[in-house]
Ligand binder design. Structure first.
Ligand code: GRF
Length: 215
């Protein structure tokens, strides 16, 4: 069984999808720690209701970002976490955390990366940018986390049509269930070994463009 850690900042619907899939044994893994940078994140309520230990790391309580990062890395190491899933975590991860879990941190983003990622591209900002550019398609992406925001190798994507009368809200609502489906699917395949994060060569990935890995 893979030991999963999840990092959250907000509502936690992706976390809930992972909790439910673990409970139903669709994912052969166990969420052993949920950590948040916001103590009032509703995601923490979801975790506690599921009986999962939680921790809060508030940036203002640490002298440096590196100190906060090393405490987070220590907490995940103490719980013997095998894979960290970012599920709506809004802060950029510091290199020390990424280097403590090489190729073991994944993120879900509500657009078809590499488009509409990076600084400022979160929540409704993403969907507004997609609509402003009159895209006919959007979706969601799960990728490995590297030291550049929303940049690491793409593991899988779900495509969603953009409708002419869409608002950022309606588009977000259409994408959200596809995110849950995609994140559960990727974590499930990592936990069964079908998606091997070690032998997954970066060169293979970059040539895949916006296509998903087929499981
Ligand atoms: C999702 O849209 C996810 O793609 C992005 O942040 C949002 C988190 O939503 N990274 P939730 O907290 O899982 O409901």
């Amino acid at each position: 069984m893979w030991r999963l850690g999840v990092l959250v900042s907000g509502n936690g619907t992706n976390l809930q999808a992972l909790i439910d899939a673990c409970k139903q044994r669709e994912i052969k893994g166990e969420i052993v720690l949920v950590a948040s940078n916001r103590k009032h994140a509703y995601a923490l309520v979801r975790a506690r209701e599921a009986g999962i230990p939680t921790l809060v790391f508030e940036a203002e309580k640490y002298k440096t970002k590196t100190l906060m990062c090393s405490k987070m890395a220590q907490a995940f190491k103490e719980k013997e976490v095998d894979l960290i899933c970012l599920a709506g975590y809004l802060l950029k991860l510091e290199p020390c955390l990424i280097r403590s879990f090489p190729r073991r941190i994944i993120n879900i983003h509500p657009a078809l990366l590499p488009k509409y990622g990076g600084t400022g591209m979160y929540g409704h900002h993403v969907h507004k940018a997609v609509l402003a550019n009159k895209e006919t398609e959007s979706g969601c992406t799960v990728h490995l986390v590297d030291e550049i925001f929303d940049h690491g190798p793409i593991l899988a994507q779900n495509h969603v049509p953009v409708k002419p009368d869409d608002t950022a809200e309606t588009l977000a609502q259409r994408i959200r269930p596809k995110e849950h489906e995609l994140y559960v699917s990727v974590v499930k395949h990592i936990c069964t070994g079908k998606l091997d994060l070690d032998n997954f060569k970066l060169s293979d990935v970059s040539s895949r463009g916006s296509k998903s890995l087929s499981f």
